[in-house]
Ligand binder design. Structure first.
Ligand code: AOF
Ligand code: ZN
Length: 343
């Protein structure tokens, strides 16, 4: 199963909206076939593993290992469980059940009904963690939520507006950390910021310091009061605007109406789920981050600590996990917290 996980990772960045999956075929304690899911629309891991076996007559006395339950549905490709049965493979070892509603245990049932010996739950946590975005999306019907911010040594996320030099952005972290953030952006399907951050920083939210896709931008602009000249509205990257008003969509610019008197993070997550976005990284400001913390809608928090001390400013979000943390944060340290174990 460890080998399946290694193989699965070859698909990193290419399988969306599908998960990364790896498969290994073993006969008499020897690996005779391997495969992974390379790209959505293309064959699944099991198909590639089965096709890689040269002596096909060995399949009948082989065991197939796969990091995700073999599928049972006709999607872009036919069901893998049918293929396994048709090839006469009698033993199937599965990392974890597929949370996708079309499968969700039906693949395992098919195999059992055909008389296969099936083992489920091998390196289960690792198999789920590898596809944490896919699992959260299907199980919780919302994207995987990553909170990200940088705070000064004395807990400010930004200096006061008055004490800021408007022409130059202020930086808490070093250049290397900023490049890391661009790598992180490229790993997620969307990036969210509130209106105040647009006003204060006029960010582009792209991955210009890293080779990779820029995620869909999500901007909270309640009364559509932000300047249309703001870089995030340049229509260069797909952008969703969360607002309370009606507005006509433009190319790469979609307006989503929500009720700001109700749970905003939940409504944003619902909108992103409808858009098929499996993950979101929230980069500010403090109010937006705090709203997700307070509603307990987050999965991971990545917090940078800088060495600067601000006289005054905007207080960083309050996260119990940070206060409870025994780690002392040093300059440019990143601490990562997971909601599953904190708060
Ligand atoms: C497998 N093996 O390698 C993968 C699976 O549209 P399709 O036909 O590609 O089906 C996509 C769904 O199949 C996806 O949502 C997930 O449930 C499952 N992915 N299943 O047996 C694989 N990638
Ligand atoms: Zn399949």
């Amino acid at each position: 199963m460890s080998r399946c996980l290694q193989l699965a990772k070859n698909g990193l960045g290419n399988t969306y909206p599908n998960p990364m999956v790896g498969s290994v075929i073993v006969c008499d304690s020897k690996i005779i076939g391997e495969g992974w899911h390379q790209k959505a629309g293309q064959p699944h891991a099991e198909v590639n593993a089965i096709n890689s076996v040269k002596e096909t007559e060995l399949l009948e006395k082989s065991t197939i290992y796969v990091s995700l339950e073999p599928c049972s549905h006709f999607g872009k490709t036919p069901p893998c469980s049918d293929l396994i049965i048709a090839k006469g493979i009698k033993k199937v070892v599965i990392g974890t059940v597929d949370p996708f509603a079309e499968v969700a245990g039906r693949g395992i049932k098919k195999l059992l009904n055909a008389g296969c010996e099936v083992l489920v739950g091998i390196l289960e946590t690792e198999c789920q963690t590898l596809n944490k975005r896919f699992f959260t999306f299907h199980q919780k019907k919302r994207p995987y939520v990553i909170l990200k911010w940088a705070e000064s040594l004395n807990g400010f996320i930004a200096p006061d507006a008055e004490s800021r030099n408007k022409k130059e952005p202020f930086w808490i972290t070093t250049k290397t950390s900023r490049q890391l953030v661009h790598k992180w952006r490229a790993e997620e399907q969307s990036i969210l910021i509130g209106a105040n951050t647009v006003k204060a920083d006029n960010p582009s939210l792209t991955t210009r310091d890293w080779a990779g896709n820029s995620p869909t931008r999500i901007i909270i602009d309640r009364e559509l009061s932000l300047s249309k000249e703001a870089t995030v509205f340049d229509q260069q990257v797909p952008t969703l605007v969360i607002t309370t008003l009606e507005e006509e969509n433009k190319p790469n610019l979609k307006y989503i109406k929500v009720d700001f008197t109700k749970n905003l993070p939940a409504q944003i997550c619902e909108a992103l789920y409808t858009e098929g976005l499996q993950s979101v990284i929230i980069e500010g400001g403090a109010k937006t981050l705090q709203a997700f913390i307070d509603e307990k809608i987050w999965d991971e928090a990545r917090v940078f600590k800088g060495s600067s001390i601000f006289q005054s400013g905007v207080k960083a979000p309050v996260l119990k996990a940070i206060q409870n943390s025994k780690n002392t944060m040093l300059n440019d340290d990143i601490l990562t917290f997971y909601s599953s174990t904190n708060d």
